[in-house]
Design a protein around this ligand. Sequence first.
Ligand SMILES: [Zn+2]
Length: 135
Amino acid sequence: MIRIEHREEAIIPPAPTPRRPMSQRRRQAIFSENCTAHNIAPCCLCGDPVHRHEDQWIIEHKRALGLLGPDINTNCAPAHAACGLKKTAEQDLPRIAKAKRQAAAGRKAEKTSARPCFNSRLRLAARRYIRNEPP
Ligand SMILES: [Zn+2]
C-alpha cells in the first residue's frame, strides 16, 4: 500500500557555508595561485603586496561564508591580517546582520499576509477589507 505523507515544509533561511579548518598546505597553495612575483601576492583588499615570509597574512574569503560565499579556492585570496579584520568588522558583519533581518522580515510578512478573506469587500475610505454583514 502506498502511503502519502503530507508534510508541512518549514521555511528555513539558507545556512551560512560551514567554516572548514584551513590547512597549512591549502593556505600556501592559495597564496601561490595568487602570486605575481616570487613570494609576493597582492592583498585582495587593499591591493598592496603581501610578502609570504615577512607579513602577517590570512586567507580571505572574498565573499564571506556568512553571506553564502563558497569555501572554494577561487573565492579565497591572501590579504593582510589587518585588512581582513577591518573587512570583517566594517563590511561582512553588518551585511550578515542585515541579511538576517531581511530573512526574518520575510518570514514575518508571509505569516501575516494581508489577503482579504472570502466574505469581505474593500472599503476605500477605511483602506481595508471589511467583513460583509450577514443578510
Ligand atoms: Zn591589505
